[in-house]
Design a protein around this ligand. Structure first.
Ligand code: RUQ
Ligand code: CUA
Length: 764
C-alpha cells in the first residue's frame, strides 16, 4: 500500500514533467517491406488508405445498423468501419444497465404483449427523424418484426426512450419509415392475422385475416410516438412488406409492397403444398399506395372510428375517400424506394431480374382521371401497370433493395442471387457498372441514401452470408458488411467488416457532424423519462429513508466511493437503491453490481439510476463499481447487510486490521504535502493558459475543484483527530485526504494534457 503511494506520487511528478516525450521506437521498415511481408498489392494499399483512420481520427459518417435478432442497434463509423456502440433497444443489455435499472425496465415493460415480457426483438429497419426530407440527427426509430413494435431512440444520448406495440398486427416488416417532417412513422404488417387476439380458423383467412399499415404520430416536442393520434389503414391479407414514405412530389403519400397476394395458406401436414409454392404463382403482386395526409385530416375531423382503442381506416372507408390504390408490381417484390425528388418509385421482384421504375406523375394522372383496370376482391381500385410504369430495367437475378446516389438518376440495387451490386441509371434505364460482393447481398446503403439529398461517396453492402471471408469461428458465422467506394465511375471494394450480433437487415448513415450527443446529464437526471429524477441526491445529502418495510437509499457515486458504503436492512424489506453520479468529467462512468440480486447499473455523469429488489434472504451482499474509474476503483465497494428479523447486535467495536501511530500519521502528511506541490504545479499550468476556452477542461477543473474541496474537509478531520491524540482516525483521514488529492491531480493532469494537445495559449 505504502509503496503504491510513493509510486503514484512519482508517477504524477513524472507525468507533470515530461508528458508526450515517448514515441521514438518506430522501426526503419519501408512500405515495400510491409507489402512484401503481408502480401499486399497496390490496390490493397489504396483501399487501406481510404478506410484507415489514424489514432484519434474521427469518421465522416455514423452508421446505425439494425442488430437483427439481438434486438439492439449497432453504431459504427464510415469509412473506418469501427464499431462505436451497441444500443439496447428490445433486449436487456447489461453494460448500459438496460433492463437492469428500474428506469429502463419501465421502457422494456412498455413492449409487453398480452401481459408477457418480450425480452428480444427481431430488428429490421432503422430510420432517422427528418426535417424537410433531410436527416436532422435527433431521433432514430426501429421496428421489431417478430413482435410488431417500434422503438424510439434519442440521439442526444443514444438511449431507447419508448417502445410501442401495434394495436392490430401480429408481426410487422415495413417499418420504420419516416415521413419528410417526421409527422408519422410507418409500420406495415407482414403475416396477415386477425386484428383481435381471439382464435380465428385459417379457413376464414380471406374474410377475417388482415394486413395493414400504421402511421404512428410523432410528437416532436415530447420526442415520443403518440398512440392516441396514430391511425392504421386496414389492408387485405396480402403479406405487406417494405414501405417508404413519399417526399417532395409524392409528399403526403406512402408506398407499401406485398407478396403472396395469392392469399395462399400452406399446411404441409394437411397435405397442402407449402406456402412457398402457393405464394409465387401469380406474375405480379400489389404495391399499396396510401394517402396519409388526407387520412390524418379525417382523423382530426373525428371521421375515423376506433377499434382496439386505436383509429382504424377500414378498406371501405379508404376506397370511398380515395385514400387507397393498388398497382401491380413484379413477382415477390421486396424493397420499394422513393427517389429523392419523390417523382419515381423503384420496386424489385425477388423472383424477377428487373427493377421496375414507376412514375409518380403517371400514377397521379390515373388517380385524377379515375382510370383503373379493375378492383381487387376487397373493392380496392387497381391502376394498370402501363398507366404507372416508367421503365423496366434488367439489373440481375434477385434484385432486392435500391439506394440513391448524389448524382441524379443514379442508383445502386442489391442483387441477391447473383451476389452483386448493380449501378444503373433509372431515368434512361441503363446499367452503368456491376461489382461482385461476397456473398448474397440483402440491403445496401449509401450515405444519407434515403433522404432528399443523398451524399453518395460510400456504399455498404449488407451480406447475408460470409462463408469463407473470415477466420472460422464455428458453424454460426458473422455477417459481412462490405465497404465500397462509389465516388468514381467504377465501384471499388474497400473493406470487409464482420458483424457478429444478429442479422443486421438495414443500416442508415448520417453525416457525423449532424449529431450533437451530450457528454453528461443534468445533475440528478432520469435519462429514460428525460426529467429530474425524483430520487436525485446531492453530495452530502445521502440518506436512507424507511417506511415500514419499504427502504429507499438516496446514494451518490464519485471517484472512488459509493455513499453509503454500508446499507443495513431487515430480511423481507423491499429495497430501492438510487445512485446519482456526481461527476461532470467526460467518460467518468460508474457501475454498480451486487451479489445475488441481478443488479448491474451504468451511472453516467449526472445520471440517477435505481434498482429495486426484495431482500428476501438474510446475509451479506457485497457491492462494487463495475467501471475501472480510477486507481482506487477496486476500493469503490460496500456491503448490503440483510439482518435476520429481530437481530440484536453482539459485537461492540470494529476489529481494526491495522493500528496507526503518530509516525504513520506524520509520514502520510508528508506525502500529502508533496502531492499538493504536484497539484499546485498543474493548477499553475492550467490557470496560466486560456483553459476557459475549452469546455472539456472547464468540466475537468470543476470536478477537480470539488475533489480538492473534499480533500480540505478530510484534512480538517485528520488534524482534529491528531490534535486529540487519536492517531488511528487521524491517519485514516489523512489517507482519505490523500485519496482526494490523487483524484484532483488525475483530473488536473487530464486537463493539462488536453490543453497541450489542443494548442492552448499561454495568457500569463
Ligand atoms: S429485409 S434483405 Cu429489409 Cu427485413 Cu430486405
Ligand atoms: Cu467507479 Cu470504479
Amino acid at each position: 500500500m505504502k509503496m503504491f503511494k510513493t509510486k503514484t506520487t512519482s508517477l504524477l511528478i513524472g507525468l507533470t514533467l515530461g508528458l508526450g516525450a515517448a514515441s521514438s521506437a518506430y522501426s526503419q521498415e519501408s512500405l515495400e517491406d510491409v507489402m512484401k511481408a503481408r502480401g499486399l498489392t497496390q490496390k490493397d494499399l489504396l483501399a487501406a488508405a481510404k478506410t484507415y483512420t489514424p489514432t484519434g481520427g474521427r469518421d465522416e459518417y455514423l452508421a446505425f445498423s439494425s442488430g437483427g435478432q439481438s434486438g439492439h442497434v449497432i453504431v459504427y463509423g464510415i469509412p473506418s468501419m469501427r464499431i462505436l456502440k451497441y444500443i439496447g433497444v428490445f433486449t436487456p443489455e447489461p453494460w448500459q444497465g438496460y433492463g437492469f435499472d428500474d428506469e429502463s425496465k419501465a421502457v422494456l415493460a412498455q413492449g409487453r404483449i398480452n401481459g408477457k415480457d418480450i425480452v428480444y426483438g427481431d430488428t429490421h429497419h432503422p430510420a432517422f427523424s427528418e426535417k424537410e426530407g433531410d436527416y436532422d440527427g435527433r431521433y432514430l426509430f426501429i421496428n421489431d418484426k417478430a413482435n410488431p413494435r417500434l422503438a424510439v431512440i434519442d440521439l442526444h444520448d443514444f438511449e431507447t426512450k419508448q417502445i410501442v406495440v401495434n394495436p392490430f398486427f401480429k408481426s410487422d416488416h415495413g417499418g420504420a419509415f419516416v415521413t419528410p417532417n417526421t409527422e408519422y412513422v410507418m409500420e406495415a404488417s407482414q403475416y396477415a392475422a386477425p386484428y383481435s387476439d381471439e382464435f380465428v380458423p385459417l379457413e376464414e383467412f380471406n374474410s377475417k385475416y388482415r394486413g395493414g399499415v400504421t402511421y404512428w404520430k410523432f410528437d416532436d416536442k415530447k420526442g415520443r410516438l403518440n398512440p392516441d393520434e396514430s391511425f392504421t389503414f386496414e389492408l387485405p391479407p396480402y403479406s405487406q412488406d417494405l414501405s417508404d414514405a413519399g417526399k417532395n412530389a409524392s409528399y403526403g403519400w406512402g408506398f407499401t409492397n406485398s407478396f403472396c397476394s395469392e392469399r395462399y395458406v400452406g399446411g404441409i401436414e394437411r397435405g397442402r403444398p407449402p406456402f412457398e409454392a402457393g405464394c409465387s404463382q401469380k406474375d405480379t403482386d400489389f404495391l399499396h399506395v396510401t394517402n396519409w395526409k388526407k387520412a390524418a385530416e379525417l382523423v382530426a375531423a373525428g371521421k375515423v372510428k376506433k377499434v382496439n382503442d386505436a383509429y382504424l381506416i377500414t378498406m371501405d372507408q379508404a376506397v370511398k375517400e380515395g385514400l387507397l390504390y393498388l398497382i401491380p408490381e413484379p413477382k415477390s417484390p421486396h424493397g420499394v424506394d422513393v427517389s429523392p425528388k419523390g417523382d419515381h418509385i423503384i420496386v424489385s421482384g425477388k423472383l424477377d431480374s428487373h427493377a421496375w421504375v414507376y412514375s409518380w406523375a403517371k400514377i397521379q394522372d390515373a388517380i385524377k382521371n379515375q382510370k383503373f383496370e379493375a378492383k381487387d376482391p376487397y373493392g380496392i381500385p387497381i391502376i394498370s401497370l402501363k398507366d404507372a410504369l416508367h421503365k423496366q430495367v434488367q439489373v440481375g437475378l434477385g434484385p432486392l433493395h435500391t439506394q440513391y446516389d448524389a448524382k441524379e438518376c443514379v442508383v445502386y440495387t442489391s442483387i441477391y442471387v447473383d451476389s452483386m451490386v448493380t449501378k444503373w441509371d433509372y431515368c434512361e434505364g441503363k446499367v452503368l457498372d456491376q461489382l461482385n460482393i461476397h456473398y448474397n447481398i440483402g440491403h445496401l446503403l449509401t450515405m444519407e441514401g434515403d433522404s432528399v439529398s443523398p451524399d453518395g461517396k460510400y456504399l455498404v453492402s449488407l451480406n447475408k452470408l460470409s462463408i469463407d471471408r473470415f477466420n472460422p469461428v464455428g458453424p454460426l458465422h458473422p455477417q459481412n458488411h462490405q465497404l465500397i467506394d462509389i465516388s468514381g465511375e467504377k465501384m471499388q471494394l474497400l473493406y470487409d467488416m464482420p458483424l457478429p450480433l444478429g442479422e443486421p437487415h438495414y443500416v442508415v448513415a448520417i453525416k457525423a457532424d449532424k449529431l450533437k450527443p451530450a457528454v453528461r446529464y443534468k445533475s440528478g437526471w432520469d435519462s429514460r423519462t428525460d426529467k429530474k429524477h425524483p430520487y436525485k441526491t446531492r453530495a452530502g445529502r445521502e440518506k436512507v429513508v424507511r417506511e415500514g418495510n419499504r427502504v429507499h437509499v438516496y446514494g451518490t457515486v464519485i471517484r472512488s466511493h459509493i455513499t453509503p458504503e454500508i446499507i443495513e436492512v431487515e430480511e423481507g424489506d423491499e429495497v430501492s437503491i438510487h445512485l446519482t453520479n456526481l461527476e461532470r468529467a467526460q467518460d467518468e462512468v460508474h457501475g454498480f453490481a451486487m451479489y445475488g440480486q441481478n443488479v448491474q447499473l451504468s451511472i453516467e455523469p449526472g445520471k440517477t439510476a435505481s434498482t429495486t429488489f426484495v431482500a428476501d434472504k438474510a446475509g451479506v451482499y457485497p457491492y462494487y463499481c463495475t467501471e475501472f474509474c480510477s486507481a482506487l476503483h477496486l476500493e469503490m465497494q460496500g456491503y448490503l447487510l440483510v439482518k435476520p428479523k429481530g437481530y440484536k447486535a453482539k459485537a461492540t467495536d470494529m476489529q481494526e486490521g491495522q493500528q496507526y501511530t503518530k509516525a504513520d500519521y506524520d509520514k502520510q502528511v508528508k506525502t500529502n504535502v508533496e502531492t499538493q506541490a504536484v497539484i499546485d504545479s498543474v493548477v499553475a499550468f492550467i490557470t496560466s493558459h486560456n483553459y476557459k476556452d475549452f469546455k472539456t477542461v472547464v468540466d475537468l477543473v470543476t470536478d477537480a475543484t470539488d475533489q480538492l474541496g473534499f480533500a480540505e474537509e478530510a484534512k480538517k478531520k485528520a488534524e482534529d483527530f491528531a490534535a486529540k491524540g487519536d492517531y488511528q482516525n487521524a491517519t485514516l483521514w489523512a489517507g482519505q485526504w490523500w485519496q482526494y488529492q490523487v483524484k484532483t491531480a488525475d483530473l488536473g493532469l487530464r486537463a493539462k494534457t488536453f490543453l497541450e494537445e489542443n494548442g492552448a495559449k499561454k495568457i500569463k
